[in-house]
Design a protein around this ligand. Structure first.
Ligand SMILES: N[C@@H](CCC(=O)N[C@@H](CS)C(=O)NCC(=O)O)C(=O)O
Length: 206
């Protein structure tokens, strides 16, 4: 890991934060390029998939946040010990992506009526199902981590989305349904590298 790393993302946590958290956890340095919305149209065509985040590693650019997170998890020893552990980790990464996509869909829904319907579904179905599944994985695994007996990229990904959720006004209600998911969030945020990043990262809207 002696190459230069530059993460290009908007000035927000969003789909870029998991990568930042992995670097922070391992106290690794990277350049954190935060692109302004007004500059995005002219930069879009120059990115690997016309979307952010992407990352330049050495002299090569790569897109897709989860592919990048998985790569750094492997580099940093945060991707489990065997294929079965990695399957468990990948399942959780996909669950987190699905849950994030549902939230993003609500955020960008222009029709007020459809937006309210989706919000109701989030509160009554999708959110509780996600919390229930994560809570069950944690209670079945019994180590305080999602997979195996050490922190993996799955724990950091769940932490990232829960940390965002904790900023919502109704967070306590959400966490009351899965206290072990809240305890997990608190455990991951106390990891020294993560805590140091949370204390110094810029405050952003998303
Ligand atoms: N699957 C992609 C999705 C990337 C994505 O949706 N990026 C959004 C920001 S979070 C974006 O670039 N939006 C601007 C655009 O599409 O022009 C990933 O995980 O990297």
């Amino acid at each position: 890991m002696s190459k230069k790393y530059t993460l290009h993302y908007f000035d927000g946590r969003g789909r870029g934060e998991l990568i930042r958290l992995l670097f922070a956890m391992k106290d690794m340095s990277f350049e954190d390029d935060r692109i302004k919305f007004e500059d995005w149209p002219k930069l879009k065509a120059r990115t690997p998939s016309g979307q952010l985040p992407y990352m330049v590693i050495g002299d090569k650019a790569f897109g897709q946040s989860i592919a990048l997170a998985r790569f750094f998890a492997k580099e940093f020893g945060l991707y489990g010990k065997d294929n079965l552990s990695q399957l468990g980790i990948d399942e959780i990464l996909d669950d987190v992506v699905d849950f994030r996509n549902f939230n993003v869909k609500i955020m960008f829904e222009p029709d007020a009526e459809k937006k309210a319907e989706l919000q109701k579904k989030l509160e009554e179905v999708t959110g509780p199902a996600f919390m229930k599944k994560m809570g069950k994985i944690l209670s079945d695994n019994k180590t305080g981590f999602l997979v195996g007996n050490a922190c993996t990229v799955a724990d950091v990904a769940l932490f990232d989305i829960m940390n965002g959720m904790a900023m919502n006004p109704d967070a306590e209600k959400t966490f009351s349904t899965a206290p072990n998911v809240k305890a997990h969030m608190e455990k991951i945020q106390a990891i020294p590298g993560i805590k140091a990043w949370l204390d110094k990262r810029p405050t952003t809207q998303f």
